[in-house]
Design a protein around this ligand. Structure first.
Ligand SMILES: Nc1nc2c(c(=O)[nH]1)N[C@H]1C(S)=C(S)[C@@H](COP(=O)(O)O)O[C@H]1N2
Ligand SMILES: [Mo]
Length: 401
């Protein structure tokens, strides 16, 4: 095979062979990399699309059904689109945007089919908010990263049209109280949503972080329900049906329901409860003595984060962390806390308080409120990192069964 190599690539290749340097990554791992003296040889010329530095390798962690965002490798509040977590019930459908149609019907005056071009003609709105899967808590061993524990949350700037605009366009009946959202993937994912959310801040989005939404996130359009459990933000949306009752779909019977006390099941738990996680220092970071900045993310599906508190003494005392502006509604917020680690053994923790006054609970409090059979959804416990005397940082796995 005679592969064509451009002169540009050749020069870059030759130059990279010039010297070898030891690079220390944020996570403390060392990698060998060839680095030319950048002042001796012109680098590659501008290209049509950018790529990451060859020294940066943030990756999602895929399983069959989902992949998780590497929260510990990210800066700021936006998740790069190619690192947004994924959760698919039947894979990623390929949809031709020219064939795409969204039908809105049921209790409406004017049942309407919207093409993608139709959707783009309406006033466009952009908002930054997170999407979090309600099944976003894992525990069990000390060697877990923030990605392993709660990587099923990501944040983008989403662009699209408010669902309320489309509701007015089709003339939603005043007596309609629910709507069905249906996806066009092989799972034909469907959920029942209260109409009030449609009138409030629901959107049909076609843009993500400045470009067309990614296939994994619902290309060419998805429903976005800010602050609500990820499952309700139906991707590849093709149909919305207005009704005066919920539809009792597969995804709100066997799944996405929560055992509560006395053998009862709660069917609809839409809002994401306030949560936080320290993303640095976290396993597998090796800590050195002295001043460090504890960093993390906090978010709430009910509104803005009002406060994040950090404890560096195993939960005995709590002090306010600094919140990075902007602190947005139903959005990941970065927090930081300066700490002088003198080499003592301790545990560091964070807890989020949102503007409704809700305080992120401990696992013990969750069990007390919901019982030991509380299932795996909507778990947002305070999580702790254990700092050993030798500087090792380990997750403190707590089990409740
Ligand atoms: N059509 C469709 N929509 C879907 C899903 C799906 O499998 N099919 N998964 C849901 C679940 S469980 C979650 S958590 C979010 C995940 O969104 P993301 O993959 O863009 O992160 O999409 C939701 N919308
Ligand atoms: Mo999910």
């Amino acid at each position: 095979m005679n592969k064509k190599i451009s002169r540009r690539k050749l020069l870059w290749g030759a130059a990279t062979a010039a010297s070898v340097a030891l690079i220390r990554t944020v996570t403390g791992q060392s990698i060998h990399a060839a680095v030319p003296d950048p002042t001796k040889m012109p680098g590659p010329l501008p290209g049509p699309v950018g790529k990451r530095s060859p020294f940066e390798h943030p990756v999602r962690k895929p399983s069959d059904i989902s992949s998780r965002s590497p929260l510990q490798d990210l800066y700021g509040m936006i998740t790069p689109s190619d690192l947004h977590f994924e959760r698919h019930h039947a894979g990623i459908p390929a949809i031709d945007p020219h064939q795409y149609e969204l039908l809105i019907h049921g209790m409406v005056d004017r049942p309407t089919v919207f093409t993608l071009a139709d959707l783009r003609r309406f006033p466009a709105l952009s908002r930054i908010c997170f999407i979090e899967c309600s099944g976003n808590f894992r525990t069990g061993k000390e060697t877990m990263t923030p990605q392993d524990i709660c990587g099923l949350t990501s944040q983008s700037e989403w662009t699209g049209v408010l669902l309320s605009t489309l509701f007015r366009e089709v003339g939603v009946h005043p007596k309609a109280t629910w709507f069905l959202a249906e996806g066009s993937d092989a799972a034909v994912m469907t959920r029942s949503i209260p109409v009030s959310k449609g009138w409030d801040d629901a959107m049909i989005v076609y843009g993500q972080n400045g470009e067309a939404i990614r296939p994994e996130q619902g290309y060419p359009a998805r429903l976005l329900l800010p602050g609500w459990e990820g499952n309700t933000s139906v991707k590849w949306i093709r149909r919305i049906e207005l009704s005066d009752q919920p539809f009792m779909t597969r995804e709100e019977t066997s799944k996405y329901t929560e055992p509560i006390k006395d053998g009862k099941i709660r069917q609809f738990s839409f809002e994401i409860d306030a949560r936080s996680i320290i993303t640095f220092p976290a396993w597998p970071v090796q800590l050195e003595k002295g001043w460090i900045e504890i960093r993390g993310l906090a978010w709430s599906g009910r509104g803005k984060i009002k406060r994040v508190e950090v404890s560096v003494d195993t939960g005995k005392t709590w002090l306010p962390a600094r919140l990075q502006e902007p602190v947005l509604d139903k959005a990941h917020v970065c927090f930081r806390y300066l700490w002088n680690w003198r080499g003592e053994e301790t545990e560091i923790l964070s807890r989020a308080i949102d503007e409704t006054g809700y305080i992120q609970p401990t696992l013990g409090q969750l069990v007390k409120a919901r019982g030991v059979d509380m299932g795996g959804y909507h778990l947002n416990p305070v999580t702790a990192w254990r700092i050993r005397r030798d500087g090792a940082v380990l997750f403190k796995p707590e089990n409740w069964k």
